[in-house]
Design a protein around this ligand. Structure first.
Ligand SMILES: Cc1ncc(C[n+]2csc(CCOP(=O)(O)OP(=O)(O)O)c2C)c(N)n1
Ligand SMILES: [Mg+2]
Length: 357
């Protein structure tokens, strides 16, 4: 049984009762901004403006928007390569995100990272990583850093269902439980790792999160479509991290509408068209939240449409901004690899990079 008991009615949970009407509209806006940004970026990719990879998050928006909306000044996030939503939810702007896709110097990683490597340390957002599960030890380190410094905060390390069999993930779980680290591992279970369904790749008793039991760690598993539910259930884990400095493993069910990446044009080879359409019809987090806002008399259909239009305009303008931005200079190729080297710090000279302040 899950050790994290959750409220029966997520909308009645204190954390959701505390939401002002304007907060609820902001949650809608953030999800729509992510979707419009990604639809626009796909369009740019298809017209040859963007190269490399492009892993779209469309359909999963509620997971990051719900969890991120609970975070405070000492809380940090880190994720894998499907990271556009995580960056925008953390407060990055569309211009720096779009320009990064276009490989321009005005991008958040100065055009040298591309789609998989958004970063905004000033917003406690630590990327954007291409090695499956590679971000989980790094997230564990973020939590360790908080504990080491005596700060009340936590780290959220997002991963896919395809990352749960990696050794580095289990090493992370072990240390987080052993050292009582304030971390929440969030498995965004969209059912597939590339073209392999979760059921074909993982051995588990009833769900993936239950593996936490092997480490004596609390866990929970729930559907990620409804923001109320995501917020209510994640808040339990955040309080555990903040108040008891204990880790949690969350598994949130979600669904990706597009292919694994733009290279996966055959997105229906390993799943049916009907399955995709069913999720689009019944589990679209934006539609679900929109209906909630309308039924609670918080916004009208017309007001929400206005938000959709503004987000579309913002995405189009970001593409224009990217288009006219310069490429990075060849001379800068060795810059921005190590901050310590670029800034010629004492830590860089001695090789002692951490825990100096
Ligand atoms: C260590 C490692 N092995 C393999 C790959 C190739 N690879 C990239 S994404 C991916 C699937 C991961 O699926 P999942 O964790 O479910 O995330 P999702 O794409 O569904 O968000 C694989 C195998 C990789 N990047 N890193
Ligand atoms: Mg997956």
């Amino acid at each position: 049984m899950p050790k994290a008991l959750s409220p029966n009615l997520p909308s009645q949970a204190p954390i959701n009762q505390a939401l002002k009407p304007s907060d609820k509209v902001d949650l809608y806006r953030t999800m729509v901004r992510i979707r419009k940004f990604e639809q626009r970026s796909l369009n740019s990719y298809q017209s040859g403006k963007v190269g490399g990879f492009l892993h779209l998050y469309i359909g999963q928006e509620s997971v990051v928007v719900g969890t991120q909306s609970l975070l405070g000044a000492n809380d940090h996030t880190i994720t894998a390569y499907r990271n556009h939503g995580h960056g925008l939810a953390a407060g990055m702007n569309m211009n720096e995100c779009m320009a990064e896709l276009y490989g321009r110097a005005t991008g958040c990683s100065k055009g040298k990272g591309g789609s998989m490597h958004y970063f905004a340390p000033d917003k406690n957002y630590w990327g954007g990583h291409g090695i499956v599960a590679g971000q989980t030890p790094l997230g564990t380190g973020l939590a360790y850093g908080l504990k080491y410094r005596g700060l009340k905060g936590c780290a959220l390390a997002f991963l896919g269902d395809g990352a749960v069999n990696q050794g580095s993930f289990h090493e992370s779980l072990n240390l987080a439980a052993l050292w009582d680290l304030p971390i929440i591992y969030v498995i965004e279970n969209n059912g597939y790792s590339m073209g392999t369904s979760q059921r074909r790749s993982s051995a588990y008793p009833s769900c993936l999160a239950e593996r936490a039991e092997g480490y004596g760690m609390a866990w929970d598993q729930f559907d990620g479509t409804n923001l109320y539910e995501v917020r209510a259930r994640t808040q339990v884990a955040i309080e555990r991290a903040h108040n008891e400095s204990k880790p949690t493993l969350l598994e949130i069910a979600t669904y990706r509408w597009e292919g694994h990446s733009v290279a996966d044009a055959m997105k229906t080879v390993y799943r049916t068209k009907e399955e995709i359409e069913k999720y689009q019809r019944e589990h679209d987090p934006i539609m679900v939240w929109k209906e909630i806002l309308i039924s609670e008399n918080i916004a009208t259909e017309a007001e929400l449409k206005q938000i959709d239009r503004a987000a579309q305009k913002e995405a189009d303008e970001a593409a224009d901004f990217a288009e006219v931005s310069p490429y990075p200079e060849p001379e800068s190729i060795f810059d921005d690899v190590y901050w310590e080297t670029d800034n010629k710090t004492e830590a860089g000279n001695t090789g002692r990079h951490f825990f100096n302040d």
